[in-house]
Ligand binder design. Structure first.
Ligand SMILES: [Zn+2]
Length: 99
């Protein structure tokens, strides 16, 4: 690349840096829409929703509320075998939850 070419690139960017950034963002957005089908985009939304629900479930458990029956949970111990998650026992249904 000779200096004249370089000068031209620099002056092009210098002339309107904002439009360059906007053009880059638009093309990134278009890539996203082209890269993923409607089904894949729905799938991603679905996964986000699943993560959100899991957050709500864990928040309930940590407050001692059973996510299945809304009954009281008995706080157990953190367990090495379960990635140091705490076990919570539900008296109503004899089930155990991890959070
Ligand atoms: Zn329960």
């Amino acid at each position: 690349m000779d200096t004249r070419e370089l000068d031209k690139i620099v002056s092009d960017i210098g002339s309107n840096p904002l439009s360059t950034i906007v053009a880059m963002m638009l093309s990134a957005n278009r890539n996203f829409n082209e890269k993923y089908t409607k089904e894949e985009q729905l799938e991603m939304n679905h996964n986000r929703e699943a993560i959100r629900r899991e957050d709500v479930r864990c928040a309930n458990i940590r407050q001692g509320i059973c996510p299945s029956c809304k009954g009281k949970l008995i706080r157990g111990k953190k367990d090495k075998r379960n990635n140091y998650k705490r076990s919570w026992d539900c008296k109503e249904r004899k089930e155990m939850h991890l959070a």
